[in-house]
Design a protein around this ligand. Structure first.
Ligand code: PLP
Length: 373
């Protein structure tokens, strides 16, 4: 039996989402751009899904652009901004962003766009004071993630967006780990652009969206006129439909899921504490994603722990899934300054709505044994 505790890497597809997708794989497979009436159902399904997704984040349907996932949305936000900005204004981001943002920023730096990478405090928070020190009227875009994928810290997005706007800059947030897990209202938070990915909220893989308040970006994919002429390519209709069903369901169940995850997380931590496992909980102690438990265990190897847990059928990771081939201490763990004797023993346990108390106890007990070896 497998205990899956790597829900920040991906989540199980929701069964209602799967059922909603099926007809668009087998029966209504027409290209939504077709001129005949057989295409109508696919076209209508995309329209309905766009409306549902917009409602889930308090946006307007025409502000939602479907993409292939979080990576594409992030690339589009950063590079699309750079391609549209003839004044070479500066971009400000943080040191703990996902590599979809960081590598896009390195790319635009090569095109001579200045980029600043904000340091974070020891809890992984991008402080408003820090942004205030870096920002100027030459800043065109600020991009700070809503919640960190490794340590789960939730950032002060509303305040950061206000600072960006007071200097005439746009504000983008990579909300891939947040959408469907914590409340997101783009109007209340003052977000201009937001990236999301369906497989992080029990939707299918290979689909996501970029919310864009105004059409400030250059199209990223050129070709046909899909997505209001902003993102060419035949739409992935079943995935779009599945994403909308999964997101609506997670939003309806959000409070209940968050409560369940907080209880499980507290239980896991209290078992480890009671057994005197020498660990640090990384990230913000309270303002964090409900299912994220990022631990550094003194004198251990995170890589070793991960493989030993794997032998016991327990799936966790050392950092972000996309980084699992990288054996070094992650850029996030480095940025928050985890002490040397702890940092190499970092593992990320990310619980999801399907995890149970028995599973959490099994993870804790296995970790206790491994920490004593
Ligand atoms: N941004 C963050 C914060 C993520 O955690 C991830 C995936 O782990 C991505 C972007 C990339 O998303 P996707 O897997 O949909 O490309």
């Amino acid at each position: 039996m497998v205990i899956y505790a790597d829900n920040a890497a991906t989540t199980q597809l929701d069964t209602d989402a799967f059922e909603a997708m099926k007809p668009f794989l087998l029966e209504n497979y027409a290209n939504p751009s077709g001129a005949y009436s057989y295409s109508k159902k696919a076209k209508q399904a995309i329209k309905a899904a766009r409306k549902t997704i917009a409602e889930c984040i308090n946006a307007e349907p025409e502000q939602i652009y479907f993409t292939s996932g979080g990576t594409e949305s992030d690339n589009w936000a950063i590079k699309g901004f750079a391609l549209s900005d003839y004044d070479y204004k500066a971009v400000i981001t943080s040191q703990i962003e996902h590599h979809a943002i960081l590598n896009s920023c390195y790319d635009i730096e090569r095109l001579k766009h200045p980029v600043a990478y904000l340091p974070v405090d020891c809890k992984g928070v991008v402080a408003t004071d820090t942004l205030n020190r870096y920002i100027s009227d030459r800043t065109g875009l600020v991009s700070v993630m809503t919640a960190n994928n490794e340590i789960g810290t939730i950032e002060p997005i509303k305040e950061l967006a206000q600072i960006a706007h007071s200097h005439g800059a746009l504000f983008h947030t990579d909300a891939v780990q947040a959408v469907g897990h914590i409340p997101i209202d783009v109007k209340v938070l003052g977000i201009d652009m937001l990236s999301a990915s369906a497989h992080k909220f029990n939707g299918p893989k290979g689909i996501g969206f970029l919310y864009c308040k105004e059409r400030v970006l250059q199209p990223f994919h050129n070709g046909g006129s899909q997505e209001f002429g902003m993102r060419a390519g035949t739409e992935n209709v079943p995935a779009i439909v599945g994403m909308a069903v999964a997101l609506r369901k997670n939003i309806i169940e959000m409070e209940q899921n968050a409560k369940h995850l907080r209880c499980l997380s507290e239980e896991l931590l209290s078992i480890l504490e009671a057994s005197n496992v020498p660990f640090i909980l990384n990230g913000h102690p309270t303002n964090r994603l409900p299912g994220n438990i990022n631990l550094s265990i003194k004198g251990k190897s995170g890589e070793g722990l991960m493989h030993m847990l794997d032998l016991k059928g327990i799936c966790v990771s050392t950092g972000s899934a996309c980084d699992s081939h990288n054996q070094q201490v992650s850029h996030v763990i480095q940025a928050i300054g985890v002490p040397e004797d702890y940092c190499e023993g970092t593992i990320r346990i990310t619980l999801g709505k399907h995890n149970t108390e028995e599973e959490v106890k099994a993870i804790a007990e296995t970790l206790i044994k491994l920490s004593r070896i």
